[in-house]
Structure formats: C-alpha cells, structure tokens
Design a protein around this ligand. Structure first.
Ligand SMILES: O=C1O[C@H](COP(=O)(O)O)[C@@H](O)[C@H](O)[C@H]1O
Length: 270
C-alpha cells in the first residue's frame, strides 16, 4: 500500500525550509502523543539541512521531546567520520548538536574509519536497522511494515537535478536493488562516488515520505516524477509513504509541474 503524492508549493527556499520544519515539529508531537517515541529518517542536501536549521530556530521545537526521537539517515557519503561532506556531520552542526537528543538514538551510517568499503557499511546499517526493529517489536509490537526495519514515522528526502533520492541514482544498480534494506553505491555520478543508502523498498516502508525540493534546476526532475515516470529512470518517482507522500517544493521547482497538480487555492494538491 502506498499513498498518492500530494504537492505543497512555497514562495521561496526560506519559506519552504520553515514549512518543512513546522510540519516536522507537528508530526513528531503527534506521534509522541500517541506512542511516546518517534522515529525520523534524515536527509542531506541543501533544503534538508536548511529545514533542520529551521527546526532549531523555531520556538515551537521545544514542544518535541527530542530525547525520545530516533534519528536514522536515508543515505550517507562514504567518507571519514568527521568529513564535512558527510550528511551526518552537516546534520549535527545544523541541528543535532543544538538540541537535547539522546546520543544512543542517533543512528549514523558507518564511515571509512570503521569499514573497508561501502558494501560493508551498508551491511552494518542493515544489521543495525534489523536489531532496532526486533527491539521495537518486543517492546510495543507497533505494526511494522517490514520486520527488518523499525517503523519510520517520517522519512525526509531531497531530490537531485537528475531526480536521485537518497543515494539512488537513475539507471544505476542501487535503484534496481530488490530484497535488501540498504545498498552500497560505488559509482555515484555526484561526488563522492562511494555512498551508502536505504533501498527504495526500505524508503517505501515509511509512514510518511516527504520530498523537499528547491530551485529551477530541479523543476524537470519534479515534473517527470509527478507525471508518473518510471523509478529506474526517475528515482524520485518511486518514493512513496504508506499513508502520505508529500512533495514540499518552492515556486522555482514547481515550474514544470503537470497542470493538474497546480491549484493555488489549496495548500496541498494531488
Ligand atoms: O548527495 C545528496 O544529494 C541529495 C540532494 O541534495 P541537494 O543539495 O541537491 O538538495 C540529498 O538528498 C542526499 O541526501 C545527498 O546525499
């Protein structure tokens, strides 16, 4: 089961980042009021990182019990642990180092300091995910979509100009991977070439998948994904949440949106 995409258009990258942040705070408060603990999957990239910064800057962020949020990542660049190009390093300085999180609940992908290659780091992340899923099932038996994965309450994604999501690039092996929750990527066209990523199957177990996109260089990718392109050619087209698939985009990224999806009277269309 997966949710049809809905689209929310914002005037600028700054208002987009603020909107993602406000929604994230609201979503986490809602989940925590139901279950106490919430799980979010973070993304790297420009808007993903700006949104995390906007969370910290929002006075409303204190409504979330951050010590009871688990953080995973959709992908990572396979680099040294403290390399500034790592998504986790960027998330730490924009966000995680500035709020009262529980370090035990921050689940970073392994780095070049710990693993010989991207495949080993991917296998380790799959093991960590499966262990968390087992613990979660024993603790409260929440309805998991896949027994190898914890319940992802919200999974954030950026989208590249080539329509890649996480580190799943058009036509490459990663986007075609089936039966695994994680994948090592040796040949990404965007530097660095070595990466680790959740697979599309794993992404699509999330309750809510939010794709945040800014800029006219990405308008083509957004247009193709929402026009129903195939996921091997246009990975972003395949990312869907179980109960919600939300595209949060700015006006520049909305330039090639299929006409049927443009409704300026409604906040969300789809
Ligand atoms: O390399 C990556 O790129 C995408 C998109 O980044 P952006 O800067 O173009 O917004 C990002 O979502 C992904 O996590 C990252 O590893």
């Amino acid at each position: 089961m997966s949710a049809e995409p809905k689209v929310s258009i914002h005037p600028s990258p700054t208002s987009l980042a603020a909107a993602v942040a406000a929604r994230l705070i609201t979503r986490l408060v809602d989940v925590q009021s139901d279950r106490g603990t919430a799980t979010v999957v973070l993304t790297g990239g420009s808007i993903g990182t700006a949104a995390l910064q906007a969370v910290v800057e929002s006075p409303a962020h204190t409504a979330v019990d951050w010590a009871n949020v688990h953080f995973w990542w959709g992908d990572e660049r396979f680099l040294r642990a403290e390399d500034p190009d790592r998504n986790a390093v960027q998330a730490r300085s924009a966000f995680l180092d500035r709020i009262a999180v529980d370090p035990v609940k921050i689940h970073e992908f392994g780095s070049k300091d710990e693993f010989p290659d991207e495949d080993a780091a991917a296998a380790d992340y799959a093991r960590q995910l499966a262990e968390a899923a087992r613990a979660e099932a024993e603790a409260d038996g929440v309805g998991q979509v896949d027994p190898r994965l914890p319940r992802f309450d919200v999974l954030l994604l950026g989208v590249g100009p080539d329509a890649h999501v996480a580190s799943l690039f058009p036509e490459l092996a990663g986007i075609r991977t089936k039966g695994e929750t994680t994948v090592g990527v040796a040949d990404a066209p965007k530097p660095p070439p070595q990466r680790v990523s959740l697979t599309l199957e794993a992404i699509n177990t999330a309750q809510e998948v939010w794709l945040s996109v800014s800029g006219s260089d990405k308008a083509g990718a957004v247009g193709l994904a929402l026009a129903g392109a195939g996921h091997v050619q246009v990975p972003a087209a395949g990312a869907r949440g179980v109960r919600k698939t939300l595209w949060l985009i700015d006006q520049d990224a909305a330039q090639k949106l299929p006409g049927r999806l443009i409704d300026h009277d409604d906040e969300e269309t789809g």
